[in-house]
Write a protein of this length. Sequence first.
Length: 454
Amino acid sequence: MTARPISETVASLMPRAKAELTELVAFRSVADPAQFPRSECEAAAGWVADALRAEDFQDVALLDTPDGTQSVYGYLPGPAGAPTVLLYAHYDVQPPLDESAWVSPPFELTERDGRWFGRGAADCKGGFIMHLLALRALKANGGVPVSVKVIAEGSEEQGTGGLEQYAEAHPELLAADTIVIGDTGNFRAGLPTVTATLRGMTMLRVQLDTLEGNLHSGQFGGAAPDALAAMIQLLASLRAEDGTTTVDGLTADAEWDGLQYPEGEFRKDAKVLDGVGLIGTGTVADRIWARPAVTVIGIDCPPVVGATPSVQASARAQISLRVPPGQDAAEATKLLTAHLESHAPWGARVTVEQVGQGQPFRADITSPAYTSMAEAMRLAYPGEEMQSSGMGGSIPLCNTLAALYPQAEILLIGLSEPEARIHAVNESVSPQELERLSVAEALFLRNYAESRKG
């Protein structure tokens, strides 16, 4: 098999792909109406639906999911008797964080240093464009040899579970022989990688209350229980001195036995400042793929500008706990909740609210579909063999699909290599990775169809 006709077609389609990604990135589709209007997500969903219709997809629908967001579905029938492949991406994005820290506006796709910058460029609007490119290349070279279902989720980044709940209520909708999740990434740009494991996630908000109202720190400070100081002490209890996550009852000593992540490369990828040490123990791969990791992702407290000399009556924080394969996210939630309730100092009143949860996932990379993907990646990335790695992030839908369709093979690929800086300021996508992974996906679909004949 040769990749040349497919690769040439994808290369010719890249200017169109850039124009389309520019349009899609322009939607401020953060699935949190407290930050951005819901209309932004609705407009992005409409754009995705129109793109599917333009590619002759049938039954295109905006699915109103139980969490108040919309997922976009479409079906492209293949030849009689062909297997069905489900292609997944999500069009919702993380908030841009500090927009002033972006070199170019987060919702304007901007080319710089050979990359395309913009929120969602890699995670995961670029993943949807990748699917379109692969299908267009196949259409131009003999046709799409499988039946294709596409599902574009509208709230993956929020972890509110809308699509999971919808799929469980309509189990026939996403049924497929193989599922390609286009929301992970290569271990390094230019190194074709499938993701073998995903950490799960639980998200909690904790509030501490100590006083009926704020007090003058000169008059009452030193005896009045300060809620913000209590919160600082409580959050500190979640890590050991070396930075290891220490949630009471939660095991944190598993080891990763696959592809390793050299510490020097990790420091470079994470842009760790000179002289600052990494946290935790074990190998880097142990820490980011095989063990739980707690992160304080937000604190409500007075800003420095305009702060008054007051003892704080209340404080609130949002905590993310990544849960590795082999551990149950629901049990981890219980343990984290119990830890927060038992470690609050001075009898501070504790309120814990769960705002998101997803189970960890482990793929079977020995399945036949991975053989087809390995050959496709070998052709799309000449001189390179497919690698498998873990991923520290979570995709809650994976476990739902695995439970609903236990015979389906699930593959995880995508555009989020380290330079992409997903979830951070100045997120970007490598157009070379978009091109090569689109070629790989097209070749995979062709390989997979051939493997299922006879």
